[in-house]
Design a protein around this ligand. Structure first.
Ligand code: C2O
Length: 352
């Protein structure tokens, strides 16, 4: 059977990955009647939202995105506003840090075939909320184009202190245009930029092409009602998705400045990752790679298993209305109203 939407009535304490309990509740506000939350219908749109590569955007775009994010942060004044920045980050905490149960097990959307669809729906609503806060129904999230040499560094807009897109809880090595290591699991590799870029492209080829010739290898292992959590990751979730998180977050064990020891905050831990605005930029690229992978052809297509297609999540939309959404309704990003501005995919030619 498919994974049902989480039951908000039994939402409980979340746990910091590899750490103690999250010191606050990351459960969302409850709708009046959980059992009558309706199914979401994709609203009609007159124009596609075009998600741009973060390295190519204009100053005007950055100003808009920054403004939308500050407005979202202002909504945090009401702790129960589901559109607030912290509540939006808590969505990730609740779905990934054991706040929800599925039967007698913990619900976890990572390390399974729910990884891609969960994050697609999450970004979908987040983007609509940002757009509505600045009255721009065409607003589209930028994507961190780390699979392309021109995007292999923290996008500049996130590295400006004082901006709503800045986060002090990052590893200082991400600053000032350092080339990212897409295979980063904690050890700094000493090499030159050109070699790092080449390594990254080879790694992309491996994860998109060599190691993911068929759906289950790309999406991850089956996860159904009653399954144990974390049955197994798909290629991209494992690398480079995880390394980008780890590379960006603080080093575990360092002092966070308030006496507390780091568990990788913000980007390097599930409960805190979406407190860094770059999370959504990172995941826009992960989401784009889903489209790119299908475009490679062959057996590279969506899963057809009904338990995957009928699995469900719960989200609030930009009008604060609660909805159930199904995996089957998120397979085609254009039908959902958005697409990606194209960029080159040089990894296609980086056969090792
Ligand atoms: Cu839900 Cu990149 O993690």
């Amino acid at each position: 059977a498919p994974v049902p939407p989480p039951n908000l009535n039994s939402c409980g304490t979340a746990t910091i990955t590899d750490g103690p309990a999250v010191p606050y509740s990351c459960c969302p506000p409850k709708p009046d009647d959980m059992d009558s939350v309706p199914y979401y219908k994709i609203p009609r749109m007159s124009k596609l939202r075009k998600r741009p590569a973060a390295q190519n955007v204009t100053e005007e775009y950055i100003a808009k995105y920054q403004l939308a994010t500050s407005k979202m942060k202002e909504l945090d004044k009401d702790q129960l506003d589901p559109l607030g920045f912290k509540q939006q980050a808590n969505i990730h905490c609740a779905y990934c840090n054991d706040a929800y149960t599925m039967g007698d097990k913990k619900l976890q959307v990572h390390e399974s075939w729910l990884f891609f669809p969960f994050h697609r729906w999450y970004l979908y609503f987040y983007e609509r909320i940002l757009g509505s806060l600045i009255d721009d129904p065409t607003f589209a999230l930028p994507y961190w184009n780390w699979d392309n040499p021109s995007g292999m560094r923290l996008p500049y807009m996130f590295d400006v202190e004082g901006s709503s897109l800045y986060d002090a809880r990052r590893n200082p090595h991400v600053r000032n245009g350092t080339i990212i290591d897409l295979g980063f699991f904690g050890d700094e590799v000493k090499t030159n930029e050109l070699q790092m870029i080449t390594n990254n492209l080879i790694l992309m080829y491996r994860q998109m092409i060599t190691n993911a010739p068929c759906p289950l290898l790309f999406f991850g292992e089956p996860y159904r009602f009653g399954s144990n959590p974390e049955p197994g990751m798909g290629t991209i979730e494992n690398i480079p998705h995880n390394p980008v998180h780890i590379w960006t977050g603080t080093v575990r064990g360092t002092d966070l400045g308030n006496g507390a020891k780091s568990y990788g905050e913000d980007m390097g831990n599930f409960y805190s990752t979406a407190l860094d605005p770059v999370f959504f930029c990172h995941h826009a690229n992960v989401d784009r790679l889903w489209n790119e992978w299908k475009a490679l052809g062959g057996k590279r297509r969506d899963l057809r298993d009904k338990d995957w297609l009928n699995s469900e999540f719960f989200f609030y939309d930009e009008n604060r209305d609660p909805w159930r959404v199904k995996v089957r309704d998120c397979l085609d990003s254009k039908k959902m109203g958005y697409d990606y501005e194209p960029t080159a995919t040089p990894w296609r030619n980086f056969k090792p």
